[in-house]
Write a new protein. Structure first.
Length: 226
């Protein structure tokens, strides 16, 4: 059913984008503001999925999530079922796969904050966490919004990772992209079209939202938050 695939896609994309919005804050803060020598290595690991083939990532996730592995057996006992071929496993895989799409825009927004603004807050006695929550985050809302939209759009279009980790189970892990693939294999052009059209609409709306954010950020008449 198109409705079940649509509901799985929407639920997965909304959860992934929202969770990543919270995760991106400390991760981007560590990347931008940390003076640790491990930052470069950490940033490379966080953005690895940008260049890693989805099938390779899916394979490694299946190995890690396997009940025979230590992390997989722990999660199996915790949840009562293995992560692979479940919606929970699909969500974890989507979080890992879409992580850099949410973290990078936030990190870029953090980098654009004038250092003088942060330094003045510290001189006035603001604690690091206060500076982060009261100054850094409010000044980075466009980056947070961009990261949410990119995380949502990227999850909507996932195929390789969701195929390997989710298993394409109708009503549980079958997304619109997987349904379109099944319909094409069955030579059902109408079914494939019905699955592709919502994907096209999601992508178009996401691009419109991103362009609106970009135009607002470039508006010379917009209030200066610095």
């Amino acid at each position: 059913m198109i409705h079940s695939a649509l509901s799985v896609t929407v639920a997965l994309s909304l959860l992934t984008a929202t969770i990543l919005s919270f995760l991106s804050l400390p991760l981007a803060g560590w990347i931008v503001f940390s003076r640790s020598s491990w930052t470069t290595l950490g940033e490379s690991l966080l953005t690895l999925t940008l260049v890693l083939p989805p099938a390779v990532l899916g394979y490694f996730l299946l190995v890690v999530f396997s009940p025979e592995s230590l992390p997989g057996s722990f999660v199996d006992r915790l949840l009562g079922h293995p992560l692979p071929f479940s919606f929970a496993g699909l969500l974890v895989a989507s979080l890992i796969y879409s992580l850099p799409f949410s973290v990078q825009p936030v990190a870029q927004s953090f980098r654009q904050i004038p250092p003088r603004t942060l330094e003045m807050a510290r001189v006035l006695g603001a604690r690091p966490l206060t500076v982060f929550w009261k100054i850094v985050i409010p000044m980075s809302l466009p980056g947070l919004a961009t990261g949410w939209i990119l995380g949502f759009a990227h999850t909507v279009g996932e195929f390789g990772v969701v195929m390997m980790v989710g298993g394409n189970i109708p009503g549980e892990t079958r997304t619109l992209s997987l349904k379109a693939y099944d319909e094409l294999l069955s030579m059902n052009g109408h079914g494939a079209r019905d699955s592709v059209i919502p994907l096209l609409l999601f992508s178009f709306v996401s691009l419109v939202a991103l362009n609106l954010l970009r135009r607002k950020g470039a508006d010379p008449h917009a209030p200066d938050s610095a």
